[in-house]
Design a protein around this ligand. Structure first.
Ligand SMILES: [Zn+2]
Ligand SMILES: [Zn+2]
Length: 406
């Protein structure tokens, strides 16, 4: 791709000779109102921390007034469907053998895709949809690529087609065949487990699509998104935990079971225990030689300066100024937008009025309109004498002043 700049900053991602990113873009400007909530970030162009900070600005600790219209609708749709459908899960209605079994399974697959769309709109600016493919069903996930566990229930991978086309595939088990065929009571998993896994995999997908792939970022992976065959580094853990907290808030507000989302994996305010275990296990499995490819693993709480960090009690701490700065930026954008809007209305609605009162050059009293007072090179406009005031687009004082009069 050609490297192009606008005002010295690239607006298309810079790629090196290996096709890797070579410029760390700032996260796109965002505000929860038109047109700023529809952002178009570049693929693989942001450091993981930039991505984390930019992403949580849109939802962390926000009341409804601070959410964009897409988010409010997504949360409401998700909660409605959740209440309608959650009791049907883990009760065997959906994957029962015999007539209706296939139809019921399709309904489960449909639920997962529906929830994915809402989570995408709420947490990821609707940016995942065009890049991900979700496969659901009984035992659709293969063996653990890191070899750490006998069975895994979900997996996210990049698929590169021969055509060069690339997408992210998410596989999620909605139940397991051996239990279903045994006629046991719980052929599908609990809906909370499915939603918990889905949002977990969507975070992997988000980093795979948008986090920078430059050699420097790759060397730092242990302290950011984790090893390539793992993906559960501290930046993942932080975004994951903040999303869990937000979804639990929906449960609290609506009195549904979402309040208990991932309660065993993320007890109280803790980061995901299972994901952290996997991240450490994957690092411990590295050979000495492989380990040299990465910078030293730092304790999660190594930097107090970071805006978002994991504390030594395994919670996620977010510095208040990340929100304060965002609110300030949003207010400035809001002011600018309303001023632009007022000016546009002015032009449309009052244009005729301006034309009627247009400054009449022939009849103007120049002696009063321009006061020279001996300073021949300084031309001041007497605004009172100019119809429509200084802002009137029909009057160009500099042009008026340059005429050779008197
Ligand atoms: Zn994972
Ligand atoms: Zn990078």
């Amino acid at each position: 791709m050609a490297n192009q700049t606008r005002g010295g900053l690239p607006f298309a991602p810079f790629r090196d000779e290996n096709g890797r990113n070579s410029y760390h873009h700032p996260f796109p400007r965002y505000a929860p109102f038109d047109p700023y909530f529809r952002i178009t970030p570049h693929r693989r162009a942001y450091t993981p921390r930039e991505l984390l900070n930019g992403t949580i600005k849109a939802f962390y600790n926000r009341q409804d007034g601070g959410l964009n219209p897409l988010q409010v609708r997504a949360r409401e749709s998700l909660c409605v469907r959740y209440v309608l459908r959650s009791t049907a899960y883990a009760k065997g209605e959906h994957v029962a053998a015999g007539p209706g079994g296939d139809e019921a399974r399709e309904l489960v697959d449909d639920d997962v895709r529906f929830f994915a769309k809402q989570l995408d709109d709420f947490f990821f600016f609707g940016l995942l949809e065009r890049y991900i493919m979700i496969e659901t069903g009984l035992d659709v996930v293969g063996p653990d690529p890191a070899g750490l566990e006998d069975r895994i229930e979900a997996e996210t991978t990049i698929v590169r087609e021969a055509s060069g086309n690339e997408y992210v595939r998410i596989n999620i088990n909605t139940g397991r065949r051996d239990i279903a065929s045994a006629g046991a009571n719980a052929p599908t998993y609990e809906l909370n487990d499915i939603i918990g896994r889905l949002m977990h995999e969507m975070i992997h997908a988000y980093f795979l699509i948008y986090a920078c792939d430059c050699p420097k970022c790759e060397r730092g992976l242990l302290n950011t998104t984790g090893l390539p065959n793992d993906g559960h580094g501290p930046v993942f853990l932080m975004l994951h935990r903040l999303i869990v907290s937000e979804i639990r808030r929906w449960g609290d507000a609506e009195h549904n079971d979402l309040a208990a989302l991932l309660e065993h994996d993320c007890p109280d305010l803790s980061i995901s225990l299972h994901s952290r275990w996997r991240a450490n296990a994957a690092i411990n499995n590295l050979t000495v030689l492989q380990r040299r490819n990465y910078t030293r693993l730092l304790p999660y709480s190594f930097s107090e300066r970071h805006l978002v960090r994991i504390t030594n009690t395994d919670r996620v701490a977010v510095r208040p100024n990340i929100k304060e700065n965002q609110i300030r930026a949003e207010n400035a954008l809001h002011d600018r937008r309303s001023r632009a809007e007022a000016y546009r209305v002015d032009l449309l609605d009052n244009w005729l009025a301006y034309e009627v009162d247009e400054f009449d050059e022939d009849e103007a009293d120049y002696d009063h309109a321009f006061d020279f007072e001996g300073e021949e090179d300084i031309i001041r406009v007497d605004t009172d004498a100019v119809e429509g005031g200084v802002g009137d687009p029909s009057v160009d004082p500099s042009r008026q002043g340059s005429g050779n009069r008197t």
